[in-house]
Design a protein around this ligand. Structure first.
Ligand SMILES: O=c1[nH]c(=O)c2[nH]c(=O)[nH]c2[nH]1
Length: 295
């Protein structure tokens, strides 16, 4: 039976390219999800298995990261035009290079601190009992990122440890937090939620971090200090790793990566969870019963 190769294209999907511009104290961030596809005369790759015309998807991905530095990212369109042009030049068999970009927006909360636009969800859990009523307010999916002032060093090492000490890294999380109110009468719930969220953002942005653990504890202390009506706060914080892309193998003169281009990894992730309580307030296990996960 005769067969014909029909439409085909190939490329690397969903490279999570994070570009930080850190020429001054005030950093800029562009956070992209980049997919590339090449189309053209790739019949040999499919039919006879000859890959001579194929620019590997791995190379397409590397180019996407390299171009975040070499060309820069002033807009998804401009970056995609540059990357598409380069891929077409690099692969003579291609008749077209398609670059699809999704950009995640971040709003500034400090010189090197950002909160992801949209996405977070406000939560409330009320447990109305015969003797007491408990209110947990909260937020989930609050994505925060510091592009410097974060380190992770001095940790315990054993024969399986390969992690390098990092004295300047990206710290990013998608925070879930719940906080328990001591009093439930006469509370301006909206104002309270706004104030706690503002303290969380301000403390995340303003705290030098030696670990996400330390950052969470600082955020918890700051919230309890600012809000006398709160008994405790609990956090569940994935450590959303941003790995520095290694440009050292690329044959491009002068191309270095000084904390400017990262690959954002979604899994696996560290999961850092902590509770901070006010010393003089009794616990209320009822309030947390059947709240999923750590909080
Ligand atoms: O802030 C961090 N805390 C950890 O416990 C940890 N573990 C790890 O590998 N990286 C990090 N980062």
């Amino acid at each position: 039976m005769a067969h014909t190769l029909g439409l085909n294209q190939y490329g690397k999907a969903e490279s999570r390219v994070v570009r930080i511009v850190r020429d001054t104290q005030r950093h800029e961030i562009r956070d992209l999800n980049v997919s590339t596809s090449l189309r053209g005369d790739f019949a040999d790759a499919h039919i006879s298995g000859d890959q001579a015309a194929v620019l590997p998807t791995d190379t397409q991905k590397n180019t996407a990261f390299a171009y975040a530095k070499l060309h820069g990212v002033t807009s998804p369109e401009d970056y995609a035009l540059a990357l598409g042009g380069r891929l077409l030049d690099a692969c003579p068999a291609a008749g077209a290079a398609q670059v699809r970009v999704e950009e995640y927006g971040w709003d500034r909360i400090g010189d090197h601190s950002f909160v992801r636009r949209g996405g977070s969800v406000r939560t409330a859990v009320v447990t109305a009992g015969r003797d007491a009523t408990h209110v947990l307010s909260g937020i989930s999916g609050l994505a925060l990122l510091n592009s410097t002032d974060s380190e992770f060093t001095g940790f315990l090492k054993d024969e399986f440890t390969t992690l390098a000490e990092a004295d300047d890294r990206v710290l990013a999380t998608s925070l879930t937090a719940r906080w328990r109110h001591t009093d439930v009468d006469g509370v301006d719930w909206n104002a309270s939620h706004e104030a706690v969220t503002a303290t969380l953002l301000r403390t995340f942005a303003g705290t030098y971090s030696r670990a996400l653990q330390e950052t969470l504890y600082s955020m918890g202390c700051a919230v309890l200090d600012a809000q006398p009506g709160l008994a405790e706060i609990r956090f569940s914080a994935p450590n959303l790793h941003h790995f520095l892309v290694d440009f050292s193998g690329f044959k491009v003169d002068g191309l270095s990566n000084d904390g400017e281009v990262f690959v954002a990894s979604d899994r696996p992730y560290g999961l850092i969870e902590a509770q901070v309580t006010r010393d003089d307030v009794p616990p209320a296990d009822d309030a947390w019963l059947a709240v999923a996960g750590f909080c």
